[in-house]
Design a protein around this ligand. Structure first.
Ligand SMILES: *Cc1c(COP(=O)(O)O)cnc(C)c1O
Length: 416
């Protein structure tokens, strides 16, 4: 086995750096083989080993660079290894990493206050992932309403644990049944369908404000307001899952702000920790002692990473940047590939964009990888573009060029 190869430091000369790269490249095959041997084969990975990243660019073991339009699935919003997030994690790691919630810690209460102010909620529960934040939301809804049923959307995605999976439509479920009973799936974008589906046992409606895994599905502008009204009329809670759409991704702090809707419960995770795992459930309702808990939830290291991430989003005005560059990205895509035969639709909000193809998009993803662009394909035919919010215009231009080259288009005149 080859030795672990730490990244070369600034003091190393060019030759040493090349030797490091060469040794790492040799390891690529070994890493892939070990993955196959020792890790449960649940993921379809692209054939590169990523070793480092900075901003919107990552580098593989061969030293090749890629413009990252995946961002760890809408996680690395402040870019890879943002110096302020790195510094905050380093300092906190040297001071205190974990305590459990049997004690008080400063980062946790500071982050709680910050999140409540940003989202307009009174209380937060901290956990470690998106699925966990949904679990807490579902439990809280049952507790508050004393009812059991849920209504979710077709093609929804809320996570893979049993509760979250029960309200998820998008993935393999059958072999894990029985799941939660009394979950109804209705057509996304149709508030009347929810009105009809509500019964005397419905505790809550759970929705993504823009469906991510389903292929970046943006609902009609009035949809969420109508849903909220129906829920209020019928005494049913509205849970908005902002795990993917939160923290500036769609050009607002939260996607609910586009639609001017305040849900009863909101879930967040992905971008919150800038890459460090952390999730949260927000509401004006609350659990009481003993009703819910998490050993790691809100630990000082995770909360410090999240505080630094939010501070960077504020200081660098990344929410505004997401809206501005999202508009630019969308416009450039529409101009270049929007009219081409293989493309059915270009859509999205802010830097959460989807290019729907007429065929499966794996081929495009592999072709883009060869040309130095990381893409993700979701719902078989949709290229999901969710770059870090710090992405540069020049990066976007590269991605547009690569996509139009692959899709073999003759550029259309502007505005089409
Ligand atoms: C990713 C995602 C989840 C699940 O998050 P995990 O951290 O993978 O558990 C839940 N809801 C939405 C909308 C997501 O995009």
């Amino acid at each position: 086995m080859l030795p672990y190869t730490a990244p070369p430091t600034r003091q190393h000369g060019a030759l040493i750096k090349r030797i490091y790269t060469w040794v790492r490249a040799l390891r690529t095959q070994e890493v892939m083989e070990k993955e196959r041997q020792f890790i449960m084969q649940t993921y379809a990975r692209l054939p590169i080993v990523i070793i480092e990243g900075r901003g919107a660019v990552v580098r593989d073991a061969y030293g090749r660079e890629y413009v990252d339009c995946v961002a760890g699935i809408a996680v690395n919003s402040v870019g890879h290894c943002h110096p302020k997030v790195v510094a905050a994690i380093k300092t906190q790691a040297e001071r205190l990493i974990h305590t459990s919630n049997l004690f008080y810690t400063e980062p946790q209460v500071e982050l709680a206050e910050k999140l409540c102010r940003l989202t307009n909620f009174e209380k937060v529960f901290f956990c470690n992932s998106g699925a966990e934040s949904v679990e807490a939301a579902l439990k809280l809804a049952r507790k508050v309403t004393k009812k059991k049923g849920f209504i979710a959307a077709e093609n929804s995605f809320h996570g893979r644990t049993f509760g979250a999976l029960s309200v998820t439509h998008h993935v393999k479920r059958d072999i894990f049944e029985p799941l939660l009973s009394n979950v109804k799936f209705i057509r996304y974008g149709d508030a009347d369908a929810i009105r009809k589906a509500i019964d005397e046992d419905t505790a809550a409606v759970i929705l993504e404000p823009i469906q991510g895994e389903a292929g970046v599905i943006v609902p009609p502008p009035e949809y969420l307001r109508e849903v909220k009204e129906v829920c209020e009329e019928r005494d049913v809670l509205l849970i908005l899952d902002e795990v993917q759409t939160g923290f500036g991704r769609t050009g607002r702090w939260f996607c609910k702000d586009h639609f001017k809707v305040q849900p009863d419960i909101m879930t967040v995770a992905k971008a919150l920790g800038g890459g460090f795992p952390i999730g949260a459930t927000l509401s004006n309702f609350s659990f009481e002692r003993g009703e819910h808990a998490s050993t790691f939830g809100g630990n000082p290291l995770a909360c410090t990473a999240a505080l630094a991430t939010i501070q960077v989003i504020e200081e660098e005005r990344l929410v505004e940047r997401s809206e501005r560059l999202g508009t630019y990205f969308m416009q450039r895509l529409s101009e270049t590939i929007g009219g081409c035969d293989g493309v059915k639709d270009v859509r999205g909000k802010g830097l959460m964009l989807g290019v729907e193809l007429r065929e499966r998009c794996e081929g495009v993803v592999h072709a883009a990888l060869k040309r130095g662009v990381l893409l993700n394909c979701t719902a078989d035919r949709v290229i999901r573009l969710v770059p870090p919010l710090v992405v540069e215009k020049s990066h976007i231009d590269v991605v547009v060029e690569v996509l139009s080259e692959i899709l073999g288009t003759t550029p259309q005149p502007p505005g089409i």
